[in-house]
Design a protein around this ligand. Structure first.
Ligand SMILES: NC(=O)c1ccc[n+]([C@@H]2O[C@H](COP(=O)([O-])OP(=O)(O)OC[C@H]3O[C@@H](n4cnc5c(N)ncnc54)[C@H](O)[C@@H]3O)[C@@H](O)[C@H]2O)c1
Length: 423
């Protein structure tokens, strides 16, 4: 008994003493501690933090590529914190949502994932990098969101990002084609320049991956232009209140924004806003310009440290949550504006309404337009919004938009053609 009383404290406290000694020893520096924790996450990196294989079968998996970046981190946080509310409504067999986070920056993505994994929601997270392979991230993914790439610096246009980001997008497209079920997956492209990169993504998959044939994947690849809609709504409310035209209300106006996602390709349709507005011509011009070049305000304010991340993550979250809701069966259709191809792989209109839109936009092959989206992809293109434009929007803004957009689209298609020719 006496022997036991002496031995018990020794056995109990020995591991703590050894651990403290090792950590306090000069050989076990802060860097070692960091390395060992990264090691832990490396070994854990391809396993969802709280997903067992059996649970994963019932999971809705969302892959975020470029998740360690400014947009990726904030978007992942919003999804980790908020998506559980979608599950509560769901009457489908899906019982779980899994965020698979991928980035080329391995240390950063391990850190982001570990951090997010402590948030007390039942959404699981897993960390992925080239070391473990992108395939573990993409396998079984229902939604792939892409904020991977380089952002703008002051003085740069979105087009200046093309060369670097087109290479990234086409490589990620190759991986999506190889690892995802092309007859089901939705791909949301955030990376800029959206006007050219969506054509890169669509054309690369259709041209270079025979498994895409008859998959209908082109109906499920969309460029995210939601931030323009978010900005139009915010700026319209602001100017109305500042000019004393509207009392301060807590609701936000809806403003349709169509065309593309850069400069004058962005067409905010204030004439079709639900907000009673009596703005004069100068105010309207200021507002249109502010929506078209709103991104520059953020780039300038961040002074070389990137472009919009938080507002973009908010806009991206609004989009992703709709797709989650659709795939969980909480809603039957999405009504939303995305930048999409207007023709399918066989050169036929992508969906009803696209045939009417094509002549209105002078045959531009891609356009951001309100859509109806089902689990199969784009099912209706709301071309009539173009017919409802006022004279200034139709005769001045639309032609400029379309001529620039066509150049942006061609740039993307030429990139894929030369990539295919050289491989
Ligand atoms: N659609 C929009 O409205 C909108 C708005 C703002 C920014 N953007 C664009 O989104 C992109 C990301 O912006 P950000 O501010 O988050 O940039 P960021 O530099 O903070 O993050 C980009 C992340 O992508 C990662 N990355 C780079 N190459 C990769 C690859 N091959 N695979 C996976 N990950 C890779 C980087 O490591 C980094 O973590 C930029 O192109 C930016 O212009 C789009």
């Amino acid at each position: 008994m006496i022997l036991l009383l002496i031995l018990f404290p020794c056995i109990y406290f020995l591991p703590f003493c050894i651990n403290r000694t090792v950590r306090n020893s000069p050989e076990y520096s802060a860097a070692d501690y960091y390395k060992s924790s990264i090691q832990y996450h490396k070994s854990y990196s391809n396993m969802p933090h709280s997903v067992t294989p059996s649970i994963e079968q019932d999971s809705l998996k969302i892959a975020i590529l470029g998740a360690a970046g400014g947009i990726g981190q904030s978007l992942s946080l919003l999804l980790k914190a908020q998506l559980q509310y979608q599950l509560k409504e769901s009457n489908r067999s899906v019982t779980h949502i899994h965020l698979a986070l991928y980035d080329v920056n391995q240390e950063a993505i391990n850190g982001v994932t570990a951090d997010l994994s402590h948030i007390d929601t039942p959404i699981s997270v897993s960390s992925h990098s080239p070391a473990g392979g992108i395939e573990n991230c993409l396998h079984n993914a229902s939604i792939v969101v892409i904020p991977a790439g380089v952002p703008r610096k002051p003085g740069m246009t979105r087009d200046d990002l093309f060369n670097v980001n087109a290479g990234i997008i086409s490589q990620l497209g190759d991986s999506i084609a190889e690892c995802c079920d092309l007859s089901k997956v939705f791909v949301l492209v955030i990376s800029n320049p959206v006007n050219s990169l969506v054509p890169v993504m669509v054309s690369n998959i259709l041209k270079n991956h025979p498994q895409s044939r008859n998959s209908g994947i082109e109906r499920r690849i969309m460029g995210v232009t939601k931030l323009d809609i978010v900005r139009a709504s915010t700026f319209l409310r602001e100017i109305n209140i500042e000019s004393g035209l509207t009392p301060r209300v807590n609701s936000m106006p809806d403003v349709p924004v169509i065309g593309g996602h850069s400069g004058e390709t962005i067409i905010p349709l204030f004439s079709q806003s639900n907000f009673l507005s009596r703005l004069n011509e100068d105010q309207l011009k200021y507002l249109i310009h502010r929506v078209q070049y709103g991104g520059d305000e953020v780039v300038k304010a961040k002074n070389g440290k990137g472009s919009a991340t938080l507002s973009m993550a908010h806009a991206g979250y609004k989009c992703v949550v709709q797709f989650v809701s659709l795939l969980l069966g909480n809603i039957e259709q999405i009504h939303g504006t995305y930048y999409v191809p207007l023709k399918d792989a066989n050169n036929f209109p992508i969906a009803p309404g696209a045939d009417q839109l094509l002549p209105l936009v002078d045959g531009a092959d891609y356009f951001a337009i309100p859509l109806t989206i089902t689990t199969k992809g784009v099912s209706y293109v709301d071309y009539d919004i173009v017919n409802r434009m006022n004279d200034m929007e139709r005769n001045q803004m639309l032609p400029i938009c379309v001529s620039q957009l066509k150049k942006n689209i061609d740039k993307g298609l030429e990139f894929v053609a030369s990539r295919s020719a050289s491989s």
